[in-house]
Write a protein that binds this ligand. Sequence first.
Ligand code: TIU
Length: 230
Amino acid sequence: MNYNDNVTVAAEPYEFEFNLSQCALLIIDMQRDFLEPGGFGEILGNDVNQLRRTVSSNQKLLKQWREAGLKVIYTREGHRPDLSDLPLSKKIRGRHTVCVGDLGPMGRILVRGEPGHDIIPELYPLPGEAIIDKCGKSAFYATDLDAILRNYNIKQLIVTGVTTEVCVSSTVRDANDRGYECLVLEDCVGSYFPSFQVAALDMIKAQGGIFGWVAHSDKVINVLKLDCEN
Ligand code: TIU
């Protein structure tokens, strides 16, 4: 495989062309706090099992992406232990009895360094893969993600993770405004709400791809395999 190859994958609203050296896989917030019982997702009233179906798809994609030697960047939503980056509005939203920063079964909820804040073991980052810690929903808000992408000369993002209508959508919209082209993989992003999953993906690809493209991960995996064989 030539690192400078351009490849094309079938996508909606039309094919997505990307350059392997200028494209990163951005894995959003695949954290225990969202995917396992006892974390932030559950205290918000959600059934965490809704997100589990994305794990095996992400594993297959990640394996192929790493074998191709391409860039992987992870994000994690969470806060400093002193909660100095946690707006009061976020802390009290929902009027829950337990909130961000409080002790849960996986440590303090959505706090950096706590077990629940970490990436799920199935998708654990390798040494050298960047991890962006973010206090907001968009991965660009108050982070160095944009600087890192520019330094790596990354112009296109293949986006996976959770949740589709919250951190994935916030990040894709922000990326789009900054000039990055985003392909969102429908089987690798997940929502606690099946109807929001559909609506969020529809919003991304509507109007000629107003925020980006949507495809199944098989499409990306297949072109990487083909490209590796050549
Ligand atoms: N609640 C919900 O759907 N999501 C979040 O709070 N964060 C992310 O999407 N990562």
